[in-house]
Design a protein around this ligand. Structure first.
Ligand SMILES: [Zn+2]
Length: 318
């Protein structure tokens, strides 16, 4: 039984009514003051939110990466949390509409801000934060700059965003049991970044690739081009019923890797040829490289950066 609230006799009723109205409003706000993200449910227990294929902005509040969760018999694992605390809260709100089971794991596929900056929304769940063995180092090195840029570019939309470091790390593979459902995590050598992690839901054959797979969104190189191509080759042998890219919608597996591989191989061949011909970085950044396939989006934002990264990597080895 819950005792009715008592108010001292001298308190006037208008004050009491105001207090009750405030409590009711606060309770309603606690129940749901954010709109849940839109989810798709491609297999039993698998939920995916497709972020916009865009750079982070005030308008999208950092909702630009693919996120989701897998529901087991005992608990839930979240896979990537979005680019701001607000996006993380909206993901959590969507999750709570699907299940009341506890969130036991929050897995980050790599250190880029659009994948990790919603982590704080799951802090009260006492989940384990799981990532590649090098994730903490990457977040500590780059996190403060990522946060400054986020506050500068997104303003209020970035409120509440914090760096949340992993509490459990993966250096090779790790199985997480959600209750009658096992996720196999795999840490990769440097490829898209130096801390890429993939997640396979064995029950449904769903393979979450983080940014080892780009669809629609031009691939981004922030690690090692040879390593990225090696990872693609190894991933092709991984059986899966479906793939979830870090950005965009992946087609059938493993053909979903084809256009990314073509882009990266062309980049490698062009930059290698430019270096062998004695061209400088600025000459190489000119008109000498093959323009990316017109199907890719965000070419202006990332292609030249990829050429620079490939040039820096290849110039000492050609
Ligand atoms: Zn990334």
């Amino acid at each position: 039984m819950i005792a009715a609230p008592r108010f001292p006799a001298e308190v006037r009723w208008p004050v009491v009514l105001l207090a009750i109205a405030w409590l009711a409003r606060a309770a309603a706000a606690a129940a749901s003051d954010v709109a849940g993200l839109a989810l798709e449910n491609p297999a039993p227990g698998v939920y995916v939110h497709y972020g916009e294929v865009a750079e982070m902005s005030r308008a999208n509040a950092g909702d630009v990466a693919n996120l989701g969760f897998v529901v087991g018999a005992r608990c839930v694992a979240v896979i990537d949390t979005g680019g701001t605390y607000a996006v993380g809260r909206r993901l959590r709100e969507a999750l709570r509409k699907v299940t009341t089971l506890p969130v036991c794991y929050v897995v980050n596929t790599h250190a880029h801000p659009d994948h990790v900056f919603g982590n704080a929304a799951f802090a009260a769940d006492h989940a384990e934060f799981v990532g590649h063995a090098r994730l903490a180092d990457a977040l500590q090195r780059r996190g403060p700059n990522y946060l400054n840029a986020l506050h500068r570019d997104l303003g209020d939309a970035s409120d509440g965003t914090l760096l949340v470091l992993p509490t459990r790390t993966v250096s090779d593979t790790l199985d997480l049991d959600l209750g009658d459902r096992v996720l196999t995590l795999r840490a990769w050598p440097t490829a898209h970044t130096d801390c890429d992690l993939t997640v396979l839901d064995r029950a449904s054959g769903t393979l979450w690739l983080g940014d080892l797979l780009f669809a629609d969104h031009i691939p981004v190189l922030d690690g090692n081009l040879r390593g990225f191509l090696d990872a693609i080759e190894a991933l092709r042998t991984q059986p899966a019923a479906r793939a979830i890219a870090g950005h965009g919608r992946a087609g059938a597996w493993p053909q979903a890797l084809d256009s990314e591989e073509r882009y990266l191989r062309t980049l490698q061949a062009d930059v290698r040829a430019a270096i062998r011909a004695g061209q400088s970085l600025s000459q190489t950044l000119g008109a000498t490289t093959t323009p990316p396939d017109p199907g890719w989006r965000l070419v202006d934002a990332f292609h030249r950066r990829n050429v620079s990264a490939a040039y820096a990597e290849l110039e000492w080895s050609e």
